[in-house]
Design a protein around this ligand. Structure first.
Ligand SMILES: *Cc1c(COP(=O)(O)O)cnc(C)c1O
Length: 359
């Protein structure tokens, strides 16, 4: 019998979240962002769950080719474009749209003979986040240079919001960032895309042709409101079982470092899931977890393959009891908050030894 740890993926929830993402700005098209193995959910599941999206956005080029080979015929966007000339060839062969964010990429593109092939290019504008993109003042020149390259087909424009998940941020307010972008592309023809999930949910008034939705598709919140309040359904349920029970007395310690010490007699359940599966090692005592559907807490240090949980008050807890680490009945964001991180990091960190199954 295999180890009882699995990540169950709810395809119907993906479809629900995708429909919700599309409804925020009904006139815009939607890129479903599937980088990092669809945020840990598996690309095959993404193809099914996001079949109604208008395109898929990803940054690993081999995975983009995989999507094409699996039959995805709608657009695929490479979020960071290409890293060398060989990538450009692949993008042409598999009809991948590319982002161009720096002059080095422009030079690579100019040096490539594209013959009859056609490449859609999205110019990335640095509107204040100072991560990727051309400075606003460079955009018109970049556009002109791209237009001169044989083989460049459609040219679009994109930028990325730094603070759509933190309204009230005074250093770089969303509307100010968007205005920098609009000014930079003023008068240039082509599609634009700006919003990530938070932008899509909270800044649907910003004029755009496409959105790039990631986290919301997986049923976790980008911030501000809970996933439940946003109407999102959890997609991944990380579930396992209790594989051992220990009865401990006052003063007994649990796990590495003996960090947790019982102040009463306790029953400890040992769960088959650890940091080698992607459960965060820094999750402290008190992080929520469900045993037989009852919310309790982890105690002591997370180890590589196991977690210890308090089942003292869960009378029917025994070897084989069902455990939910996050997902149905326990939003991933609650676990993330307890562990001092965000749902994004938890879902992306699921390792390959955890089988992805679908409901
Ligand atoms: C990852 C990514 C997104 C998706 O962001 P979410 O917050 O998950 O919606 C959008 N745009 C770009 C450029 C990205 O890299």
């Amino acid at each position: 019998m295999p180890r009882p740890l699995v990540a169950m993926i709810d395809i119907a929830a993906m479809q629900h979240n995708c429909a919700l993402a599309k409804s925020c700005i009904p006139q815009a098209k939607t890129w479903a962002v599937v980088k990092a193995n669809a945020y840990g959910h598996g690309l095959d599941n993404a193809i099914q769950g996001f079949a109604d999206a208008d395109g898929l956005a990803i940054l690993e080029i081999d995975r983009a080719v995989y999507l094409r080979n699996k039959g995805w015929v709608k657009p695929i966007l490479l979020l960071e474009g290409f890293f060398d000339a060989a990538d450009i060839k692949i993008a042409l062969d598999f009809q991948l749209d590319v982002v161009v964010h720096c002059v080095d990429q422009l030079a690579m593109l100019s040096a490539t003979t594209m013959l009859s092939a056609r490449l859609n290019v999205h110019i990335k504008v640095n509107s204040g986040m100072n991560r990727l993109g051309f400075m606003p003042g460079e955009v018109k020149d970049v556009y002109t240079r791209l237009r001169l390259i044989d083989g460049v087909h459609h040219i679009g424009f994109m930028t990325h919001l730094a603070n759509a998940d933190t309204p009230g941020n005074v250093r770089l307010p969303v509307d100010q960032q968007a205005q920098v972008f609009y000014d930079a592309i003023d008068g240039l023809p082509g599609v634009v895309h700006i919003q990530n999930s938070a932008g899509n949910l909270f800044y649907s008034k910003l004029k755009t042709d496409w959105v790039r939705a990631g986290i919301m598709l997986y049923g976790a919140t980008p911030g501000v409101k809970s996933s439940e309040d946003l109407g999102l359904k959890p997609v991944m349920t990380l579930q396992s079982k209790i594989i051992a029970i220990q009865h401990i007395n006052v003063g007994d310690a649990v796990g590495y470092g003996s960090c947790f010490v019982a102040d009463k007699t306790m029953v400890i359940g040992v769960v088959a899931c650890g940091y080698a599966d992607g459960y965060p090692r820094h999750a402290p005592t008190g992080t929520p977890i469900l045993v037989n559907g009852v919310k309790t807490r982890i105690v002591g240090r997370v180890s590589m393959d196991m977690i210890t949980v308090d089942v003292t008050d869960i009378a029917d807890a025994k070897i084989g009891s069902e455990v939910i680490l996050w997902g149905r009945g326990l939003p991933i964001d609650e676990v993330a908050t307890a562990a001092g991180t965000i749902g994004y990091e938890l879902m992306c960190a699921i390792t390959t030894r955890v089988p992805l199954l679908t409901y």
